[in-house]
Write a new protein. Structure first.
Length: 228
């Protein structure tokens, strides 16, 4: 695990999101549900794009090509390094799972930290038994077979309203997911770590009995003041 991932994994999404706000950056995604564990995940991103199966018979979309033989997301699992996070976009509007139980087994065996799905996932109980982290927009029992196919791996995708690129960093927990560009990771970590230190000092002051209006007033606003 590289040092940036280790540092990111010690931070919650709220601190990282606050750091993005402070630096004038975007990357926070809300509305995702953490379905199968209570663990936070952090790592480098591997992207997968899924599209409707109708009219597509190959990974390139060429109707004259041989039928798709690779199951969706398996290429990303095999390409993953330990600690990576697979991020899947399935915005077709089709009720079909983008992730399932056997994919969780394969990813866990590969050392993948977890999966984030902009779309439905299934076999939630299986992933829960495995304690493999699955974050998704929704859940379903319906298979991808005949409904959706993988059309790209490693291309930019959209999660929420955030453009996500392979190789970026992500942290996800019960509050949501936050993506950080590789070029910004060091300054975002520094800002988030400083915010956490201030928050810990504020929490200590509250436990000492100081009025919350004093603790949460100027201290909080100053902590999140956007950098020029």
């Amino acid at each position: 695990m590289n040092d940036f991932v280790a540092r990111l994994g010690r931070l919650d999404t709220c601190a990282v999101s606050d750091a993005l706000d402070k630096l004038g950056l975007t990357g926070s995604v809300t509305g995702l549900t953490r379905y199968s564990t209570e663990r936070r995940i952090a790592g480098r991103v591997l992207t997968v794009t899924l599209s409707p199966a109708e009219g597509r018979t190959s990974l390139t979309g060429a109707q004259s090509a041989p039928p798709v033989t690779r199951h969706l997301c398996t290429g990303a699992i095999e390409a993953a390094q330990p600690g990576d996070v697979i991020v899947v976009e399935q915005r077709t509007g089709i009720d079909a799972a983008s992730w399932g139980g056997n994919l969780s087994i394969g990813a866990q065996m590969r050392g993948v930290a977890g999966v984030i799905v902009e779309g439905p996932a299934r076999d939630i109980d299986d992933s829960r038994r495995l304690e493999f982290p699955v974050f998704a927009r929704s859940h379903t029992a319906r298979t991808a077979r005949g409904r959706i196919v993988e059309t790209a791996s490693g291309d930019p995708i959209t999660v929420g309203d955030v453009t996500v690129r392979q190789g970026e960093y992500v942290v996800a927990d019960g509050s949501g997911a936050v993506f950080v560009a590789e070029s910004d990771i060091e300054r975002v970590l520094e800002a988030a770590e400083a915010i956490v230190q201030r928050e810990e000092a504020m929490a200590a002051a509250l436990r000492e009995g100081k009025p919350i209006s004093q603790v949460m007033g100027a201290n909080y606003e100053h902590m999140l003041k956007k950098q020029a």
